[in-house]
Unconditional design. Structure first.
Length: 144
């Protein structure tokens, strides 16, 4: 090996060693006034946590309603799949919005509108008189 390649290899190894050491021991921000714990108490961060928690709780309730309707035979298999696909789409949207670490007001409004629409769809599918057959008797409410 020639000397130039050896020096480059050693330089690369040293750089990787320093960066690995920084990752292993953490990297405290040394800017004046930076306080990691204070950051978590910041109103913007707290508001963001509240918005994310609200979205997650609503989605959990919706998933429970979908499962309950399916188990009670008020939602067909096709409706169940469609409603659960919608929940996955909302979850994907939330992950995309959280990619930068914060959910803006506009992004929250889009999530809220998607959750409102999903709420209406769940209600409509659970009350549309198309249920799964029970005891081989056919679909839904035939008294309409």
């Amino acid at each position: 090996m020639d000397t130039k390649k050896i020096v480059q290899s050693l330089g690369l190894a040293a750089a990787l060693g320093f960066s690995a050491g920084a990752l292993a021991h953490g990297n405290d921000d040394s800017r004046p006034g930076f306080d990691a714990q204070g950051f978590h108490r910041h109103p913007v961060f707290q508001e963001n946590l509240r918005l994310i928690k609200d979205v997650n709780e609503r989605q959990d309730r919706q998933t429970d309603r979908i499962l309950k309707g399916f188990y009670e035979r008020r939602i067909t298999l096709q409706e169940f799949r469609k409603l659960m696909d919608r929940q996955r789409d909302i979850q994907r949207m939330a992950r995309q919005f959280l990619a930068d670490g914060l959910v803006s007001r506009h992004e929250y409004q889009r999530l809220d509108a998607a959750l409102d629409s999903a709420d209406r769809d769940i209600f409509m599918e659970a009350h549309d008189a198309q249920g799964r057959p029970s005891h081989g008797a056919g679909y839904g409410n035939w008294d309409r």
